[in-house]
Design a binder for this molecule. Structure first.
Ligand SMILES: *[C@@H]1O[C@H](CO)[C@@H](O)[C@H](O)[C@H]1NC(C)=O
Length: 423
């Protein structure tokens, strides 16, 4: 066997081993399918950890502090275990084409589930930044209950950030035919967000300096908070730390941006930054069709976080967040949250919820069935109206209106927790 062929074979073996190792650890699937996608998962876990960290009373009042902690522990442990070597990170498991062609239960899925591993030869600053932020925030959440795991997470978070910073580039540049489902626009915001969390966890001023350097290199941020934009989260976090007396370079620039760009665009909703408002009050980017409730509730999480440390327009910020939560729960006469409120979704685009109890078979017949899904995904937020009030359809095949996703729920949960804690 020639050396180059040997390298290829060991690489394939490595991929196989990696797939098995990473699959063994439990983790959340992304949405209605069975992909494990660490890039959006990083932002998702960081939002949940942040809300538990800063709004603990809300979780305690709702009796959900322990399940929330356990969920963060599970998801963050997976994100950490995917760091399988100094410069080796498993960023995704499952190929979208293969995965989407299967409808049924996850435990009955057959066929290959490839692992996509990043190395120094494949840039991934956005992926590594988002995962680093998730691990740092989770490390803070777990500090009181599992000091060893908390420390281990921070060590990985530090290393992944340093790697992402040293080898700048987008994660979609590699494996584009598998990673296209979450296309990343840029990486400076994810590194900035990771640096902000490391600054909070370690107090090391170098991270605050890094964050500001990323901000300056970005030129201007964007306000569409979510897996592809973490400018507002980074800035909110840094301003919160500043309000606690920490020295934050760029504080004045951040303050100006959050007031005159972020809050102004979302709350005025006059089309600036393409932010529009429906007659019944859903506020979302006009270019978006998918997951509009996710965008509106991510913004609500940000405004409620703002209200947690700034008295400027505090009541307005809380009321605006509430208006978006209300839209998801009741304003239009129906709920967009499975199992909650009146007229909630009965046919979410979600494979296992569509399956009857075992041992009955589950497959494409369940996808095409006109019946309600037999399993209720209590608490899951669907995408919502794609083009304004009245455009939502409760149809299993409509993945634009009616899919559920972990990233849809993270900001929504954070906004709810913030509202309960502050109102
Ligand atoms: C649009 O937003 C930008 C900053 O984000 C701001 O400078 C500008 O004044 C806004 N325009 C209007 C018409 O509000």
């Amino acid at each position: 066997m020639s050396p180059s062929r040997l390298v290829i074979v060991s690489y394939l073996l490595l991929l196989g081993v990696v797939a098995v190792k990473a699959e063994k650890a439990s983790e959340w699937y992304d949405a209605g399918d069975f992909l494990k996608l660490n890039f959006p998962m990083g932002q998702t876990v960081s939002f949940l950890a942040w809300s538990l960290l800063d709004f603990p009373t809300a979780y305690a009042d709702a009796g959900t502090a322990t399940p929330a902690l356990n969920n963060i522990k599970l998801a963050a442990t997976y994100l950490m275990k995917c760091h399988i070597g100094e410069y080796q990170y498993v960023g995704q498991i499952g190929n979208p084409g293969t995965d989407h062609s299967y409808w049924g239960r996850p435990e009955q899925q057959t066929g290959t589930r490839p692992a996509y591993t990043y190395t120094k030869e494949t840039t991934a600053s956005d992926l590594l930044g988002s995962v680093s932020a998730a691990l740092t925030s989770s490390s803070l959440v777990l500090a009181g209950s599992d000091a060893a795991l908390s420390k281990e997470m921070l060590t990985h978070a530090t290393a992944l950030y340093a790697w992402g910073k040293a080898y700048p580039g987008l994660y979609n540049a590699a494996y584009s035919s598998a990673t296209y489902v979450y296309w990343s626009s840029r990486y400076v915001d994810k590194l900035m967000y990771a640096a902000a969390w490391l600054f909070r966890a370690t107090g090391d001023a170098a991270y605050a300096t890094d964050a500001y350097a990323f901000w300056q290199s970005a030129g201007s941020g964007d306000i569409y908070t979510g897996w592809d934009s973490t400018f507002a989260p980074a800035i909110n976090l840094l301003l919160k730390l500043a309000s606690e007396g920490k020295t934050v370079p760029g504080k004045a620039a951040y303050e100006k941006w959050i007031v005159s760009s972020f809050l102004s665009a979302w709350q005025t909703a006059d089309g600036n930054w393409s932010i529009i408002k429906t007659p019944k009050g859903l506020t979302y980017p006009s270019w978006s069709k998918w997951g509009n409730l996710r965008y509106s509730n991510n913004a609500a999480f940000m405004t409620i976080m703002r209200a947690s440390y700034s008295s400027v327009n505090k009541a307005t910020n809380i009321a605006w967040a509430k208006s978006q939560l209300d839209y998801a729960l009741s304003t239009t006469g129906r709920s967009f949250v499975c199992g909650v409120g009146t007229g909630f979704p009965l046919q979410p685009h979600h494979r296992s919820a569509s399956c009857p109890n075992m041992p009955a078979a589950c497959g494409w017949d369940q996808f095409y069935s006109a019946a309600s899904s037999p399993q209720t995904l209590t608490g899951a937020l669907v995408g919502g109206p794609p083009n304004g009030d009245g455009t939502y359809v409760d149809l299993r095949s409509d993945y634009i209106s009616n899919e559920v996703a972990v990233d849809y729920n993270a900001g929504f949960t954070g906004a709810l927790a913030g509202y309960i804690a502050l109102a």
